[in-house]
Design a protein around this ligand. Structure first.
Ligand code: SF4
Length: 388
């Protein structure tokens, strides 16, 4: 049963025509499709406007990038090129708009190119504050959310609209709760949730409405809770960092797992999947969204603040870091997880930090090289980690 569910999610996720999104639109005539880019966009405002939020975190495998390459320098990441390519092919013609958060300069430039390249759905640049004081960054973000809500609704939000935002918060809280449950399974018994199952399940949040996504997650979680699952393999438990924006190919994650590393914590799709605690469901819903951004997220490269040590993963203190082949400013500026080992974070898990870096872009990686690199890494952990 889970195999069918995962196969369906994978097929939908790789569908070059965004068939799931189009089916939803056919069932909800007049409802807006609104795309958003990595990392954080308050999807609740889109759902409250009756729309479908569609996460655009890169292209499907095999998309040939031709026109997208013409818009960006060769040394930047792959993600904006594939989005331009998809736009040039008319994939977003039925979209009402696109929200671009201020995650990095590359995305900011993409929002400009979006406007320059002929008639397109509207593009909203969401300026997320880098000041986390409620009275400064909080006030600024609330004004941004009001501006966005006004764009989505076509008028300033009124009480019934705010009531719908509240309902959307309840819905996404439920979705986040199920995603956290899935992450707990991965952390505690990774053999019960293979990494590719995990990937397709979380990617479902990009193109399914939360009501449908929650139902699929619950079916999967109930099924694995009932089964005994395969026996534990002698894998090293590792953290995967640096995969928060441009997503690694599914094959890369599977290769890491097959080479003997169980990824028990990761930062895939961060921004969509970053809350550590539910959003407040009472009071002013815009204040709740603001407070969620300021106070309830995991440590993320999009927020330039001190990194907090990871705890409670049970990782062996060893880390694998995915890294795009191109420099990514949030990754570099944050705490350099893909540039240098951070012994203090290994120490937080109680061990020395071991470290390896498989490079990738959203379309490519070198399976054999990664397998050898990660296999050696995994052996090193098991042979020489400081077991007491
Ligand atoms: S991979 Fe890095 S540089 Fe590229 S769009 Fe994402 S955050 Fe920006």
């Amino acid at each position: 049963m889970t195999a069918e569910l995962i196969a369906r999610l994978r097929a939908d996720s790789e569908d070059q025509e965004l068939g799931t999104v189009r089916r939803w639109q056919a069932l909800h005539p007049g409802a807006p499709l609104v795309g958003y880019l990595p990392g954080h966009v308050p999807r609740e405002l889109i759902y409250a406007a009756g729309g479908l939020a569609v996460g655009l975190w890169g292209a499907w495998p095999g998309l040939e990038i031709i026109q997208g390459d013409a818009c960006f320098q060769s040394y930047i990441c792959h993600l904006p090129r594939s989005l331009v390519e998809m736009a040039q092919r008319g994939l977003f013609a039925d979209f009402a708009g696109l929200i671009v958060p201020s995650s990095c300069d590359v995305l900011r430039n993409l929002s400009g190119i979006w406007k320059l390249e002929g008639p397109r759905p509207w593009c909203f640049y969401l300026d997320l504050p880098q000041n986390f004081d409620t009275e400064i960054g909080g006030v600024f973000l609330r004004a941004e959310l009001l501006r966005l809500a006004t764009r989505l609704l076509g008028h300033a939000p009124e009480e019934p609209d705010l009531e719908r935002v509240r309902a959307a918060i309840v819905l996404t809280n439920r979705q986040q709760d199920r995603l956290r449950c899935l992450r707990r399974w991965r952390r505690d018994e990774p053999q019960r949730v293979p990494i590719d199952d995990y990937l397709w399940l979380i990617r479902g949040a990009l193109f399914l409405h939360p009501t449908e996504h929650i139902a699929l997650l619950e079916t999967y979680l109930e099924t694995i809770a009932q089964g005994a699952g395969p026996p534990w393999r002698d894998s090293a438990r590792v953290l995967l960092e640096g995969a928060f924006c441009e997503q690694p190919p599914a094959g890369l994650l599977k290769t890491i797992e097959q080479a003997g590393c169980a990824i028990v914590e990761e930062d895939l799709l961060l921004g969509l999947n970053w809350l550590e605690a539910p959003l407040r469901e009472d009071g002013d819903p815009l204040d709740s969204l603001v407070e969620g951004y300021l106070r309830r997220t995991r440590t993320v490269p999009f927020k330039y603040q001190d990194a907090r040590a990871r705890r409670g993963t049970g990782a062996t203190g060893s880390r694998g870091a995915g890294r795009r082949r191109d420099p990514c400013r949030p990754l570099v500026l944050r705490s350099g997880p893909a540039r240098a080992p951070q012994p203090e974070r290994g120490a937080a898990a109680g061990r020395d930090s071991l470290y390896t870096i498989p490079n990738y872009s959203e379309q490519s990686y070198q399976p054999l090289a990664v397998r050898e690199l990660v296999g050696t890494f995994s052996d090193a952990i098991r042979l020489w980690s400081q077991e007491e």
